[in-house]
Design a protein around this ligand. Sequence first.
Ligand SMILES: NC(=O)c1ccc[n+]([C@@H]2O[C@H](COP(=O)([O-])OP(=O)(O)OC[C@H]3O[C@@H](n4cnc5c(N)ncnc54)[C@H](O)[C@@H]3O)[C@@H](O)[C@H]2O)c1
Length: 410
Amino acid sequence: MFAMSNPERPVRLGFVGVGSRGTSMLQTALMLEGVEITAISDIVPERVERAQQLVMESGQPKPKGFTGEEDYKKIADLTNVDAVFTATPWSLHTPVMVATMKAGKYGGTEMPACDGYEEAWELVETAEQTGMHCMLLENYAYMRNVMMVLNMVRHGLFGELTHCETGYQHDVRYATIGDQGELLWRAHERYLHHTGNRYPTHAIGPVSQWIDINRGNKFEYLVSMSSRSLGLNHYVAKNYGADHPNAKRQYKAGDVNCTLIQTANGITVTLYYDSLSPRPVDFIYRIQGTKGIYSGTLDKIYLEDTSPVPHQWEDIEKYVEEYDHPLWKKYGDIAVQTGHGGSDYLCMRDFVEAIRHQAAFPIDVYDAATWSIITKLTEESVLNKSKPVDFPDFTRSKWRERKPLPIVNS
Ligand SMILES: NC(=O)c1ccc[n+]([C@@H]2O[C@H](COP(=O)([O-])OP(=O)(O)OC[C@H]3O[C@@H](n4cnc5c(N)ncnc54)[C@H](O)[C@@H]3O)[C@@H](O)[C@H]2O)c1
């Protein structure tokens, strides 16, 4: 049974994993009204204590602390926890969510939500069997520019859509190699033994919403190719010496992965994963159709019938007043105080409000599985001369009837 029955009562959250991301999202949750943090778990006791301290400093009672490897199961069973949010390494996301849903609670996870077909189906089937919901807290789907584009898509500004381009293009070598040149968990999860696109959801999430994936459209298949692997070797050699074992190690992941996705209604997507090269951040977020194009790289737009100069980009400012997403108009001032340009606030807020009203999440278990399985599909394609690999239909044909995401959920 879902523990919450009264929408007037605070939403009580348990946090599993309070490292960098978990702590930041904890602080974001503490900014929301009607939220209590009642349980914290991390295998590093000092992190649990730090998190408990943050909760108490906000005026709430000390949450119960846990430090065991599998104590997320105890948290799921607590009667004063309505939902669990996990920001652990990837390998724990599905186990934590499954234990949470089986205990009759809502779950929220960092990304990717699952690793491979088995976990993806386990996540979907547990949600279906328990009637509980699991949200991928994909904060990049809450960025101001991508939400404005979603609003513009709904107003038909780009006409009939044809193509999107997106990518996680962010140099994360600093978070992959430790300060003695050792491999951190990102190296193990993403680069050492695997190839393909190991972190697809920041990039594919907003685009999936623009083109109604799992809600009238679906990803059909992809083809993927990776470049050679040099970035981590160069980084370790430069910072810790050419003789460091991790400077000489063979990493399986190519530095740049490029994927093409075909969808049921013919809209194509180019998806990049470029995280091991020296480069500034650029998530691309380009959308185009019969009437025009938006480029997130440039943050500019071109609409054939209304842009003042033919063939020339137009600044986006002119469109903000009319098309800024209603949630950004309402909460923008407070949201910008949180991480990732304010997207963390709106993401956590949607999570909490769905729990409060016992509603479905805007990024649900089907989205979580579909966006996350790209890790597996791209690896299969890369290892087989870029052969096409079909997407599983986690909705089991329900994508045909499911309604496009509303502009405002609550
Ligand atoms: N959405 C975003 O913008 C964003 C940004 C950064 C990281 N992330 C994601 O957040 C997750 C965590 O990343 P991070 O950078 O905070 O890493 P981190 O290493 O700082 O934090 C992970 C925490 O999980 C804890 N942990 C490990 N095993 C555990 C267990 N069995 N039970 C409880 N806690 C356990 C670790 O001790 C650590 O404190 C990853 O999935 C990552 O991909 C998302």
